[in-house]
Structures are given as structure tokens and as C-alpha cells.
Design a binder for this molecule. Sequence first.
Ligand code: MD3
Ligand code: FE
Length: 215
Amino acid sequence: MSMADLFDGMAQGDEQLAPGAWLLRGFARDMASTLLHDVASVTAVAPFRHLVTPGGYTMSVAMTNCGRVGWTSEARGYRYAGIDPQTGQAWPALPDSFADLARRAAQAAGFPDFDPDACLINRYTPGSRLSLHQDRDENDRVAPIVSVSLGLPAVFQFGGLARTDKPARYRLEHGDVVVWGGPSRFAYHGVLPVADGYHPETGNLRINITFRKVF
Ligand code: MD3
Ligand code: FE
């Protein structure tokens, strides 16, 4: 990253969690209501659903997708598919607000020209959690993942490249964006059970949007 990029991209309060992992606190706060409005347009076409893992467990987090391909689970494993298996239709297109935010956040963290083709939307109710995992179903091993947190806060776990590396914990709040690239791209991570609460824009929900480059 050049000095110009640093002064261009970084804002006060940005925090490097690990090499390649940047927490941009409040980066999406100004456009949060637009993002939530666009989440509703996506879920009108591709509703939230609780996926069943290949091991037979129903996930407590409800998910859907937009973009060219979406992340799905079936008996033989996880995969990205162009058709929503629940509706038989293509996933809704990436809303302009999503594409714009993903690109600007990646740029701010030193990853120019991020052009995601997949967007996974997670919905947490109180008690929903995501156990420690790696995201490795994407064919592009170089592009970062950009995540946006909306609504209720959550405690996020961020570990190392081995499942047994003790994870650090960070509280992610409404409008926070994290960019995971470089050596952090394949780090183990998870979300502790979301506490009950109320957020003026989402009620008792936490919404997380992640942008990925699959192809
Ligand atoms: C670190 N989502 O969708 S976002 C996921 O809050 C997922 O819903 C969580 O893990 C959520 O796969 C965490 C933060 C995140 C996303 C992807 C990562 C952290 C990551 C990929 C590599 C390393
Ligand atoms: Fe993940």
C-alpha cells in the first residue's frame, strides 16, 4: 500500500486485526437504512432459509444470497450455484448499494478493483450462532471477503489458520465493516450466540452481509 493509498483509504479508528484484516468501524453506518431496504428487496425474491449442513444439522442462522452465484448446502457438501435451489430461479442481482459499498470498503483496506460475484446474507435472531469455520468454497483464493454488520451487535471470534488457534474476540456493531484479505483470508472465524436486544432499524435481528469473489 502506498502512502497515497493510506491517506486516501484509511479513516481514524480503522483497526488492523491481523495482517490483511481491517476493521472499518462505522464505515456503512450512513447507508445502513439503504442496505436494509435492499436486503428486503432481495428476500422478497429469495427468502431467508435455514440451511441443513451436510452433517444433518439445521443452522440457527437463516441465509439467502444475491449476485451471480449463491452459497448453498446439500447432502454432498457446500457449493456455489447460479440457481436458488428453493425457488428454482436465479438469485436476485447484487443491488447497486451493495456493489458500491463492497468496492469502497475493499479499496479503503488496500484491495483495489474488488468485484464480488457472490453475496451471502445472514440473519441472526437472539441465540443464533455460527461455529468456528473457514470460508474456502470460493475458487478465487486472492480476493478478500468484505463483511458488513447491521442491527444487533455480536461477538465475533477471529482465530488463526488452525482450528486450535485460540480466537480473539471483537464486538461488531451496526455499520461496522471488516475486510479479510491476504494472510487473514483463510483464518478460522465464528459468531457467538447473539444476545437478545432491540435495534431501532432491525428490531431483534442481526444482519450480516458478506461479499465474495468465487470465480
Ligand atoms: C474472516 N459470517 O458468512 S462475518 C460467513 O457475522 C461468516 O455472519 C459471519 O462467517 C457473520 O461465512 C462473520 C466476518 C467474516 C467473514 C468472512 C471471513 C470473517 C472472515 C473470511 C475469512 C476470515
Ligand atoms: Fe465465514
